[in-house]
Design a protein around this ligand. Structure first.
Ligand code: HEC
Ligand code: HEC
Length: 337
């Protein structure tokens, strides 16, 4: 969905996007693998290394529980006690229909306790639920499908190892046209790093693509999806219980983060405040990202530096104004041609 991605957090944003999407039923199909295609043979043995890597990905990089848990938006912006282990979530009810993130904890009755590794792979690589249904794009499988085999196996091993949470989440029931629009929403594929890019830049591209930065940080058209020429250029509206905010331009343009250096980037993500000063809205999942290693955050910054600069002024300290460049509404929208 619109962010459809932001991560979970984003996920939230996504729900907001959903509203927009529902206005536009595109009928387009995601050219993914079909349900009939066999899932590759992988080793899911829950070794300590695999569980540690899986936990790192789930909790620090990909923020699965930011969507699959009930979030305390008025307080910390983190999962509420009791459902922190992916026990599912009912999205805010400001939408004309209800959106739920299923209970993915290993509870056999109300969660994923009886699902197989292969069922998880189909979800995360193909967007097909354990029961064969096509998942709406709010579930960011178009990002998780970029995980390499070992990371995917680690992530699944970890999710299947967490304590079960007993919490019944109702099945998602959406009007047909809304479901079609939400299922067919296509995500941004992040620009490939230059062919001769150092290994750190390539790792940064991988992390950015599975962490879903582009899903929130790229403005989108409800019918045609993300504006590729504005990739990472910000302005995507995210309205919800966390407030009203637009994503920031994180390309190396003067209107983006050209003024950042590596130290400022690490400080911003770790403290959740631009250069430690202006606090960032909770929908920017810095509370998850801040637990990434220095090396991974540096790799992310190195990759962002290689993005094509996008001239697009977005400033959340200013009142929202219509923007001709992204067709959205955000602070300094009136300063873009
Ligand atoms: C769920 C949506 C979402 C996701 C996912 C997300 N962001 Fe953000 N990000 C935002 C929003 C919204 C803001 C603006 C927050 C504000 O101004 O209060 C922001 C702000 C930022 C800023 C501050 C820019 C500035 O100086 O104003 C940086 C840097 C940033 N994000 C980097 C990233 C990176 C890197 C990733 C991926 C690892 C990422 N974001 C993923 C929503 C998101
Ligand atoms: C932005 C929110 C969001 C994020 C982030 C997210 N999910 Fe989901 N997920 C959903 C929603 C919503 C659904 C239900 C989609 C539907 O029913 O069409 C879902 C469905 C699923 C399912 C399928 C459940 C079923 O019934 O078969 C699994 C498994 C799952 N998610 C695991 C994960 C994992 C693992 C991660 C982290 C890598 C993750 N999700 C990240 C929102 C999210």
């Amino acid at each position: 969905m619109a962010r459809p991605k932001g991560m979970a957090f984003a996920a939230v944003g996504i729900a907001a996007v959903a509203v927009v999407l529902l206005l536009a039923e595109t009928g387009r199909r995601w050219a993914g693998l079909g349900p009939e295609e066999p899932v590759a043979v992988m080793d899911f043995t829950p070794t300590p290394e695999r569980l540690a890597r899986g936990q790192y990905l789930v909790e620090n990089v990909m923020g699965c529980f930011g969507c699959h848990s009930d979030i305390d938006w008025a307080g910390t912006g983190m999962p509420r006690l009791g459902t922190e282990g992916g026990g599912g979530r009912v999205y805010d009810d400001t939408l004309p229909f209800s959106i739920y993130a299923p209970n993915i904890s290993p509870d056999p009755e109300t969660g994923a306790g009886t699902w197989s590794n292969e069922q998880f792979v189909r979800v995360l690589r193909q967007g097909i639920g354990h029961d064969g249904r096509r998942l709406i794009s709010l579930m960011p499988w178009q990002e998780t499908r970029h995980l390499n085999d070992e990371d995917l196996a680690a992530l699944i091993a970890y999710v299947r190892s967490i304590p079960p949470v007993k919490n019944t989440v109702p099945p998602l029931e959406l009007p047909d046209e809304v479901r079609r629009a939400l299922v067919s929403f296509e995500y941004l594929t992040v620009p490939a790093p230059p062919a001769d890019a150092p290994a750190a830049v390539r790792r940064g591209a991988y992390l950015v693509s599975v962490a879903g930065c582009g899903g929130c940080h790229t403005p989108y058209h409800p019918e045609t999806g993300p504006y590729r020429h504005l990739a990472f250029g910000g302005g995507g509206p995210l309205h919800g219980p966390w407030g009203q905010v637009a994503s920031a331009n994180i390309t190396p343009d003067a209107s983006g983060i050209a003024h950042y250096d590596e130290a400022m980037f690490l400080r911003t993500i770790r403290e959740g405040a631009v250069n430690g000063v202006r606090p960032l809205n909770h929908i920017m999942p810095w509370k998850y990202f801040r637990r990434m290693t220095d090396d991974d955050l540096k790799a992310i910054f190195a990759y962002l530096q290689t993005l094509p600069p996008v001239e697009h002024r977005v400033d959340n300290t200013e009142p929202p104004r219509p923007c001709k460049r992204c067709n959205g509404e955000h602070g300094y929208g009136d300063r873009n041609e």
